[in-house]
Design a protein around this ligand. Structure first.
Ligand code: GRF
Length: 191
């Protein structure tokens, strides 16, 4: 399974996926890291692991279609089969959705359909919910609306700060995402 990871942030999920591959828990290879932010911490993490990195500035393209066409070529040139969003802060447009139908995954730090969009952890904290969690889903043209593949719950205790919740959520993400990707690999091989 040949993966491209798209990320805009620090890249702890990128690292977790790479570690799962190195530990033999995930049978895949990552042939490309795409980031839309020049200052994203994930870029250094990818370079340290000698993963091909494409960093683009969306503003230097006419529109989403234009930069997605370029990204599509970057993916196709490397034989990418699945696109894994890991903190990529943009909606995917029709160019990539059509080329990678049912082959784009996202991880979201809440139990969808609760708290879609930005700052899901802050939203859960502000609502004082007692249970939140992590969702891995297929990507469609909506904001965190695609079919859900797997979820795991995280309990919020009275004394938990937003940072405590984030840490618990991330620990779950780092275990859940590689596991879900691996399960899709197995499904694909048995087809
Ligand atoms: C994760 O919490 C993920 O659920 C969300 O963005 C965050 C990315 O974190 N979509 P990181 O850059 O992988 O550390």
């Amino acid at each position: 399974m040949n993966l491209a990871i798209f990320a805009s942030g620090t890249g702890s999920n990128f690292d977790a996926i790479m570690t799962a591959i190195e530990d033999g828990k995930l049978e895949a290879n990552v042939s490309l890291l795409v980031s839309d932010r020049i200052d994203a911490g994930v870029i250094e993490k990818a370079q340290r692991r000698q993963i091909d990195t494409v960093v683009f500035n969306p503003k230097s393209f006419a529109n989403k279609e234009a930069f997605e066409k370029a990204l599509l070529k970057d993916c196709k040139d490397r034989g990418v089969e699945w696109i894994i969003l890991a903190g990529y802060m943009r909606l995917i447009g029709s160019t990539l959705l059509m080329a990678y139908e049912h082959r784009i995954l996202n991880i979201h730090p809440s139990l969808l359909p609760a708290f879609p969009g930005k700052d899901a952890i802050g939203q859960a904290y502000d609502k004082q919910v007692k249970l939140t969690g992590v969702t891995v889903h297929y990507v469609d043209d909506g904001m965190d609306t695609g079919p859900i593949i797997d979820q795991e719950a995280v309990r919020i205790h009275e004394q938990d700060t937003k940072d405590d919740i984030k840490q618990k959520i991330q620990a779950v993400e780092h275990e859940l995402y590689p596991r879900v990707i691996q399960s899709l690999t197995i499904k694909e091989e048995s087809r």
